[in-house]
Design a binder for this molecule. Structure first.
Ligand code: ADP
Ligand code: MG
Length: 617
């Protein structure tokens, strides 16, 4: 039989290799920034268009390349940074694999301009899909500029796989932060679609962090410094009281290279043990310096994972260094350990001094009544609530008389079929007020056919979600004026997200008096939202927006409603009074889709007497 094995043509091999190195625009950003650093630049500009899908350009003032090197740099395994395998363990550069430029040139249109300091003119090369289309002499400043256009132009499947501009931009900015944080002695600029997003001057480490994450970060930082034979640690951890619900600000750098390590992250978490509120994460910006001989960087194509010779020792040293700093800066006694965090719920029917919510239960209102009464329609005795109480959020249940509410009555008529089909005639609640709370988690109620078990957290999320959606649609939610404006601080990119959602947030009842680059002033919040929870709600929202994988049905309104419902819903573990239980039950079955939470989790189940009987056989 004839021989069948062939060597792949270079451009195909390069495309395959590119798959490992270049996953998205942010990967190109990382490689180009690293090359600029390796070239000894002290000023590096990153220019992005359409989140890098149209253009990624990095301009440095480093040492440049000769004409031959410029051409060779696009060859695979062509590098000036190592000569032998032993050099891998003496690395002082970011790059060493010699495949970034070759990979990028295989899947994009690349234009390189470069000039060495001693030369009068520079050189330019244009490469499209691994083919050199032009090579010339140019007048260009000292250093190198690499423009990468039309990423994945020849791999449509990869291009389609890219996420929305907002998500890709987020990755690009993350990458930019990582590189900029590792090199405070280099000035970095980022221009996005023609406007300057970051201008980070040469500075010390603390200033670099503050320049990226905003002025307020300064007071949150606790220095960590430890110098041992095997490891030098320097940097900062965030004070526990500023811990966030998101994992965003967690950075390890090993020998000036950003790395991910779940194991070392655990060392930090354990140093913070007992100091953090449930569900929050400490921030940290830590530089570890180790002997390059004791690590292997070449275990992952993107070089973000590292193998350490002695991970256990690093773990112990890191943990004790962070603990030591927290102790030294008197961080320990900030939390009240007596408090039961489960009761620490943002949403409560009780104990809210500024605005004590009234629970109004319509004992006569029974969503499963025999009469062909619309399930979600208020019964005649259901009182129209005072609009200044949080109950006004439930506008859909108010009595008729105003046109916008009419619409919602209609809205509920739509749901009528749905509810009735879920609960046929046999399944009616026997008595609306026979509820019982189980393990501070479920609300049990008897229905004619058997019993109903409601998950209180999911059910309340559903109720709040539909309310917020309604408010967002009618755009006239009630707002609760704050006595003093609340000033909150965020990073620049978080503020970008808040600005995007500003109009929608206002429709839920938020009032912003001022928003600048890193802070915002809030003068009004949705009725019923405790002031103390506002920053948590916004943080949760930002993290939800960041993590949202946009699909065709992506909607900011929907996301906002879901996120706020999640933040404010009664938590599992919260004990509810009888009337609160009943109220929740009634509210749930007044919803359009009572059977699932906003994230499609079952909100209640039923169990018939038959099923119960069978269990007793
Ligand atoms: P690596 O960085 O792993 O060596 P790359 O493909 O990223 O591989 O780059 C190949 C070579 O091109 C580098 O080793 C370096 O010599 C040269 N090079 C790339 N970018 C620059 C730059 N911005 N300035 C100077 N030289 C560069
Ligand atoms: Mg490189």
């Amino acid at each position: 039989m004839a021989d069948i094995i062939q060597l792949l043509p270079d451009h195909v091999a390069n495309q395959i290799a590119a798959g490992e190195v270049v996953q998205r625009p942010a990967s190109v950003v990382k490689e180009l920034l690293e090359n600029a650093i390796d070239a000894g630049a002290d000023t590096i500009k990153l220019i992005i268009k359409d989140a890098g899908k149209t253009l990624i350009q990095v301009i440095d003032n480093g040492k440049g390349m000769s004409q031959t090197d410029a051409r060779l740099s696009f060859e695979r395994h062509a590098t000036s940074k190592i000569r032998s395998a032993e050099d891998l363990f003496q690395l002082h550069t970011k790059g060493f694999r010699g495949e970034a430029l070759a990979s990028i040139a295989a899947i994009a249109h690349v234009e390189l301009k470069t000039k060495q300091p001693q030369d009068d003119v520079g050189h330019t090369i244009v490469i499209e899909g691994s083919t050199v289309t032009s090579q010339d002499i140019v007048v260009t400043p000292q250093g190198t500029s690499v423009s990468v256009k039309n990423l994945f132009f020849n791999i449509p499947a990869r291009r389609n796989f890219l996420k929305s501009d907002a998500v890709e931009l987020r990755h690009v900015i993350d990458e930019f932060h990582r590189v900029a944080l590792a090199h405070p002695s280099i000035g970095f600029m980022l221009y996005n679609n023609g406007s300057e997003s970051f201008n980070l001057p040469v500075s010390n480490y603390r200033q670099r962090i503050v320049n990226i994450f905003g002025n307020k970060t300064n007071e949150k930082l606790v220095p960590v410094d430890e110098d041992t034979e095997v490891l030098k640690i320097s940097g900062f951890v965030g004070k526990p009281e500023f811990a966030k619900k998101t994992r965003g600000e967690q950075y390890f750098f090993v020998n000036d290279r950003f790395i991910k390590s779940a194991y070392l992250n655990h060392a930090i978490s354990s140093a913070f043990e007992g100091l953090l509120k449930n569900g929050t994460h400490a921030s940290y910006f830590l530089n570890l310096t180790v002997d390059p001989q004791t690590i292997d960087i070449n275990i992952h194509p993107t070089k973000t994972e590292i193998k350490f010779d002695d991970e256990h020792t690093l773990y112990a040293l890191l943990r004790s260094a962070v603990k030591h700093s927290l102790g030294q800066f008197n961080i320990a006694p900030v939390l009240d350990f007596e408090r039961n965090p489960n009761l620490d719920t943002p949403y409560s029917y009780k104990g809210n001094n500024t605005d004590i919510p009234k629970v109004e239960v319509d004992k006569a209102f029974n969503p499963f009544q025999d009469e062909a009464k619309p399930v979600s329609k208020p019964s005649s005795t259901y009182k129209k609530e005072n609009t200044s109480s949080w109950e006004s959020l439930y506008v859909g249940l108010e009595s008729k008389g105003n046109t916008s509410q009419q619409d919602f009555t209609e809205l509920h008529f739509e749901s009528e079929e749905q509810n009735i089909s879920i609960f046929d005639d046999d399944n009616q609640v026997e008595k609306a007020n026979t509820t019982y709370q189980l393990h501070n988690k479920y609300i049990i109620s008897a229905i004619k056919s058997g019993m109903l078990v409601i998950d209180q957290h999911r059910a309340h999320q559903r109720v709040l979600y539909e309310d917020f959606l309604r408010n967002l649609t009618i755009k006239e939610a009630a707002s609760q004026q704050l006595l003093f404006p609340l000033q909150l601080h965020f990073s620049i990119q978080d503020i970008v997200i808040i600005n995007q959602l500003k109009a929608d947030l206002e429709h839920t009842g938020f009032v912003f008096s001022n928003i600048d680059d890193t802070s915002l002033d809030i003068t009004g919040v949705p009725v019923g939202v405790p002031e103390s929870e506002v920053s948590i709600i916004l943080e949760q929202l930002i993290s939800d927006v960041e993590n949202e994988v946009p699909e065709s049905n992506f909607s900011a309104t929907d996301l906002l409603a879901k996120s706020m419902a999640k933040s404010l819903a009664i938590k599992t573990g919260q004990s509810l009074q009888k009337d609160e239980q009943e109220h929740l039950l009634n509210k749930l079955f007044a919803c359009k889709e009572p059977n699932v939470s906003p994230t499609n989790r079952t909100a209640f189940i039923t169990m018939s007497v038959d099923e119960l009987d069978r269990k007793f056989i």
